[in-house]
Design a protein. Structure first.
Length: 77
């Protein structure tokens, strides 16, 4: 009986440890690191979008607007 109670106490302690959330204190250095990481992400996204836009312009310039089009001919019945 005692073993059963000890096991239950141990298991309940483990269960409580797994479900207890620890919120670390946010320090100014962590906040500034986060802000600089966010700024770097935004900058990288803008740079990538500008590169994609430039590539689209270059690819569109290669298109021949006078190229022949597919024409579907309907056979009269």
């Amino acid at each position: 009986m005692q073993q059963h109670q000890i096991i239950l106490q141990l298991l309940s302690g483990i269960y409580m440890q797994k479900h207890t959330k620890v919120h670390p204190a946010t320090t100014p250095s962590k906040q500034s690191d986060y802000a600089s990481q966010q700024a770097a992400r935004v900058s990288a996204q803008q740079k990538a979008e500008n590169e994609r836009a430039q590539k689209r312009l270059e690819m569109d310039a290669r298109l021949d607007v006078n190229a022949s089009k597919w024409r579907y001919v309907c056979n009269g019945e």
